[in-house]
Write a protein that binds this ligand. Structure first.
Ligand code: ZN
Length: 114
C-alpha cells in the first residue's frame, strides 16, 4: 500500500497505472506499466503493453484529483482485466485515499494483511 501511495505521489499530477498480481483476491505485487503511457490517461494504456500473466488479478491507477470514483472508461477497463481494482486519490496520504472495486465497479472492502 505504501508503494502504491508513493508511486502515485511521484507521478502526480499525471496518473500512475499498474497491474495487480496475486492469488484469488489477495494482492501480492504491483506491476508498474511502462512509463511511456503516463500522462495519456490510464485507460489509454494499450492492452498489449500489459504482460500476459495469469496471476494478474486486476489494476491500480491514481486520480490526480480528490475523487476516487471510477470513470466510465475505468469501468469498461475493469470488466476486461480482473476482479480487483484500486484507485488512489490525491493527496495519497493513506488507506483512506485508496478505494477498491470489483469487476462491475462496486466498492469492495480493502484490508491490509500484515
Ligand atoms: Zn480513473
Amino acid at each position: 500500500m505504501a508503494f502504491i501511495l508513493g508511486v502515485s505521489k511521484k507521478y502526480h499530477p499525471s496518473e500512475f497505472g499498474g497491474m495487480l498480481r496475486g492469488k484469488n483476491d489477495v494482492i501480492e505485487e504491483v506491476l508498474v506499466i511502462p512509463a511511456t503511457t503516463y500522462g495519456n490517461g490510464f485507460v489509454d494504456t494499450r492492452m498489449d503493453m500489459i504482460p500476459i500473466d495469469h496471476s494478474i488479478i486486476g489494476s491500480v491507477h491514481s486520480h490526480p484529483g480528490s475523487d476516487y470514483r471510477p470513470s466510465r472508461a475505468d469501468l469498461e477497463f475493469f470488466l476486461k482485466t480482473g476482479p480487483v481494482h484500486l484507485i488512489a486519490r490525491s493527496p495519497y496520504a493513506g488507506i483512506t485515499d485508496v478505494a477498491a472495486y470489483d469487476r462491475s465497479g462496486k466498492r469492495i472492502r480493502l484490508s491490509i494483511l500484515q
